[in-house]
Design a protein around this ligand. Structure first.
Ligand code: NCD
Length: 431
């Protein structure tokens, strides 16, 4: 079937395009992007006046929890949350049970996604066997099975030699190594950012330095190995400084930041709401300003949700005992639109670049642009649509969002994957 998206404001950072255009999809391909296209016979026409039309958004850092933690999320529910949030593709982390450290688990995730998923799913393979940080995983086997990157996300790699070897081996397969930068000794079982608020609230703090010493170490290791380092969820001003300096010297490094580290501060922890407990922790305004500036300057490449769903009973405990993580797939776009784009801190082009061409390039996956001939993955956003976040309406099984009840503007209204409409007006379309 052909789909003609008519009269939208098309933002395609890959071609530096921000203009009124018509977009024609046929089968699973983009066939034309022009000022005025006449609908072919039988085409479905989607009027898009006043809407933003972008390449399908790619979230390069999510936790789908399957296999092993299906009470928190499944590939079926997580990909529906992605579609509802305007994402046409996600890369899912390896901290499942069993860990995604073998070809069989990577194959299972891909197969399950094909059968039950509604968006593209790219598995990330584990960096070390069992995420134990002791012995590197069979990276060649993971690459052959279809892993798009390797990472021990959630389990910082404390052994520098293991990280060095991972960068060296992954380089042979041109895979990025996604590093969760956290020195667990310095983090010292902290619960929130270490600062004035952690002192007032009486919650043990995690210093910014716990992230920054690992960023520094990994940049040094990327430099000596020539491997491709990708820094997950960068959250501090010091990390941004180190990243910028390394990039200027030509170190092969890319980085992502989450919507919550771009838009929320540690003041939210005052509620003792366990959905504010996240790793890395929410930071004070000066750190937030630094990551926003780095994203706007292109020093941080990608926006990634780090969607980390947990079951209600996991989070419904004292702050100390709650697991780290918040969901993000279904609120990422309106949060960034409301807090950054509408107030003029970030342009549409900058934000969409960080959700499309950049993650597609980092992970070497299809999409990320609207050039004819490419995959028909498209997202449509209504910049004027305002809605209150209601976690009870999420497709995700995780309700752990501190945004419940908050009014946000700029919601995705259609998600198209491979020429198939998988979400319209916020509702996932089942066929
Ligand atoms: N980001 C989070 O707060 N949680 C992640 C793992 C992790 O990175 O700690 C999770 O898997 O729940």
């Amino acid at each position: 079937m052909a789909i003609l998206i008519k009269g939208g404001r098309v933002i395609d950072p890959a071609q530096n395009l921000d203009a009124r255009r018509d977009l024609l999809l046929e089968g699973d391909k983009i066939v034309a992007l022009e000022a005025d296209i006449t609908a072919p016979a039988g085409a479905r026409v989607i009027p898009a006046e006043g809407k933003i039309v972008t390449p399908g958004l790619i979230d390069m850092h999510v936790h789908l929890r399957e296999p092993g933690y299906e009470q928190k999320e499944t590939i079926a529910t997580g990909t529906r949350a992605a579609a509802a949030g305007g994402f046409t593709a996600v890369a899912c982390m390896a901290n499942t049970n069993p860990v995604a450290d073998s070809a069989s688990v990577i194959t299972f995730i891909k197969e399950k996604a094909r059968q039950e998923g509604v968006v593209r799913v790219y598995p990330v393979g584990a960096l070390s066997k069992g995420l134990e940080g002791k012995e590197i995983a069979e990276i060649g086997e993971l690459a052959a099975a279809g892993a798009v990157a390797i990472s021990d996300d959630g389990h910082p790699v404390m052994n520098a030699l293991v990280m060095r070897h991972a960068l060296e081996y992954a380089k042979m397969f041109n895979l990025p190594v996604i590093s969760h930068c956290e020195d667990t000794d310095l983090a010292n079982e902290g619960l929130m950012h270490e600062g004035i608020l952690s002192t007032i609230l009486g919650l043990r703090g995690i210093p910014a330095a716990a992230e920054e010493v690992m960023v520094a170490r990994d940049l040094i290791l990327a430099e000596i190995t020539g491997g491709r380092l990708h820094l997950a969820h960068v959250s501090t001003a010091g990390s941004v400084r180190l990243l910028k300096e390394a990039r200027m010297r030509g170190v092969k490094v890319t980085a992502e930041v989450t919507p919550h580290h771009l838009c929320l501060t540690d003041e939210l922890v005052q509620s003792y709401d366990t959905s504010t407990k996240v790793n890395p922790p929410l930071r004070p305004a000066d750190h937030v300003a630094a990551v926003v500036a780095a994203l706007a300057a292109g020093e941080i490449d990608a926006i990634a949700s780090d969607h980390a769903p947990h079951a209600d009973e996991d989070k419904d405990v004292e702050y100390d005992y709650a697991p780290f993580g918040m969901v993000g797939l279904e609120t990422a776009v309106p949060l960034v639109v409301t807090e950054l784009i509408l107030p003029g801190k970030l342009t549409w082009l900058q934000a969409i670049r960080a959700w499309t061409v950049n993650p597609a390039w980092i992970l070497n996956v299809p999409g990320g642009n609207l050039a004819p001939g490419g995959v028909a993955d498209v997202t449509i956003i209504d910049p004027e649509l305002e809605k209150e976040v209601n976690v009870n309406e999420f497709y995700s099984l995780g309700h752990n969002s501190p945004l419940h009840g908050r009014k946000l503007k700029g919601w995705p209204v259609a998600t198209i994957v491979g020429g198939r409409i998988v979400m319209e007006q916020g509702k996932v379309i089942e066929d």
